[in-house]
Design a protein around this ligand. Structure first.
Ligand SMILES: NC(=O)c1ccc[n+]([C@@H]2O[C@H](COP(=O)([O-])OP(=O)(O)OC[C@H]3O[C@@H](n4cnc5c(N)ncnc54)[C@H](O)[C@@H]3O)[C@@H](O)[C@H]2O)c1
Ligand SMILES: O=c1ccn([C@@H]2O[C@H](COP(=O)(O)OP(=O)(O)O[C@H]3O[C@H](CO)[C@@H](O)[C@H](O)[C@H]3O)[C@@H](O)[C@H]2O)c(=O)[nH]1
Length: 352
């Protein structure tokens, strides 16, 4: 790419778990990821591959300023609250941030002439599945406010394309897990709610026991089944999605999953095997809003994007997450967190 060529990508929510990995993949492909994030759950240390612009998606003047400064050719929108259970008890929080916030972002993208958007959607838009695996034609009937918020946004995006020509691809992620293959990034939520990091923390003795939310689901071992996709595979899919839009692709949506489902008990066994520690578990009631099984039919993404998951085997997902968790308490993690963001070529391209 020629120096000075404007290939800035606005990564909204780029300081988060998936956003950080996506920025790394973008930088490797020659883009400059410009992170826009209010750091409500993201981290400054996770922004290593381009500038960090602090701001909230509901702050339109701040958004306008950042878009005018970097003139991105496209945006990737990952900023949201994303906990299914919490959304059931506090739906207002979810609709305000996810839906109202996205409307604010869309207005400023329009005003700034940004006409391509990759959107982080979710398999939670399907609700309780009527059939497995779930393909994109499956009815979407969310069972949590979180899922509803994402489904509403998908509808808004279709309408914005028809009316304003904003082309978008909604990526319906299944369960994202694992950590950067080089150990530079990983999941760090506070509080953590996701199964794999919680199981690892329990195995490493950092929490007392892992609660298994329900063992009476209609699944072979009674625990809920999910399709886990490695965060690095997911990050790379965003590059393919961007290329799809850059080459004129029409507004659409596709699943990002593997087609393989694992139960909570199977995840517990994998964590035990790979840490060499026995896990203390206790059965707890089902968590509100949790469907029994979510497994993707992943073929549409293969065909549309020419993408395949390459590191989403369970051993790699759990193995990289264990390595990341172990590094958190060591000097290795602290050194990485302190690493400065790249300057020079990137600073020049940022127009900073
Ligand atoms: N983790 C998963 O398994 C999963 C699965 C399906 C979909 N998703 C979606 O992927 C996206 C990223 O998820 P994640 O796991 O990386 O979560 P995360 O919490 O680590 O990242 C979200 C980022 O958005 C930022 N953010 C939130 N609200 C903001 C606001 N109002 N203004 C500016 N920044 C804001 C946060 O600070 C954070 O950096 C979310 O949209 C989520 O719904 C995640
Ligand atoms: O301590 C725990 C945590 C989770 N689970 C179960 O493990 C499974 C996976 O849960 P979790 O890791 O919290 O992910 P989900 O609730 O499935 O949600 C994630 O995956 C969704 C897609 O399925 C995304 O939309 C959400 O943003 C993302 O948080 C579910 O059956 C949970 O009930 C437990 O049994 N014990």
């Amino acid at each position: 790419m020629a120096p000075g060529h404007n290939h800035n990508i606005l990564v909204v929510g780029g300081a988060g778990y998936i956003g950080g990995h996506t920025c790394k993949a973008l930088a490797r492909a020659g883009y400059l990821p410009v992170t826009y994030d209010n750091l409500v759950s993201g981290h400054e240390w996770a922004v290593k591959w381009g500038p960090l612009e602090h701001g909230d998606i509901r702050d339109r003047s701040r958004l306008a300023e950042v878009i005018a400064r970097y003139r991105p050719t496209a945006a990737i929108h990952l900023a949201a609250y994303a906990c299914v259970g919490e959304s059931v008890v506090n739906p207002a929080k979810y609709y305000h941030n996810n839906v109202v916030g996205t409307l604010s972002l869309l207005e400023e993208l329009r005003a700034g002439g940004v006409d391509k958007l990759v959107f982080s959607s979710t398999c939670a838009t399907y609700g309780a599945p009527l059939r497995l695996p779930i393909d994109e034609a499956h009815p979407r009937s969310p069972v949590s406010p979180y899922g509803h918020s994402k489904e509403m946004i998908e509808q808004i995006l279709r309408d914005y394309d028809r009316a304003y020509g904003l082309r978008t691809i909604a990526l319906r992620y299944f369960n994202v897990a694992g950590a950067d293959l080089e150990g530079e990034l990983g999941e760090d939520h506070d509080p953590e709610t996701h199964l794999i990091p919680l199981a690892i923390e329990a195995a490493l003795g950092r929490r007392a026991a892992l609660s298994i939310f329900g063992d009476d689901f209609p699944t072979p071992d009674g625990t809920a089944i999910r399709d886990y996709i490695h965060v690095v595979d997911l990050a790379v899919a965003h590059l393919h999605a961007l290329e799809y839009l850059e080459s004129g692709g029409a507004t659409t949506a596709c699943n990002l999953g593997t087609g393989c489902g694992y139960s909570v008990r199977e995840i517990v066994s994998a964590v035990e095997e790979l840490t060499g520690r026995e896990l203390d578990t206790k059965i707890a009631p089902r968590r509100a809003g949790d469907p029994p099984a979510l497994v993707a039919a992943p073929e549409r993404a293969y065909e549309l994007l020419g993408w395949r998951p390459l590191c989403s085997g369970l051993a790699t997902i759990v193995g990289t997450a264990i390595r990341w968790a172990r590094a958190q308490s060591s000097g290795e993690a602290r050194a990485q967190h302190a690493a400065p963001r790249p300057v020079g070529r990137d600073a020049a391209r940022s127009g900073a």
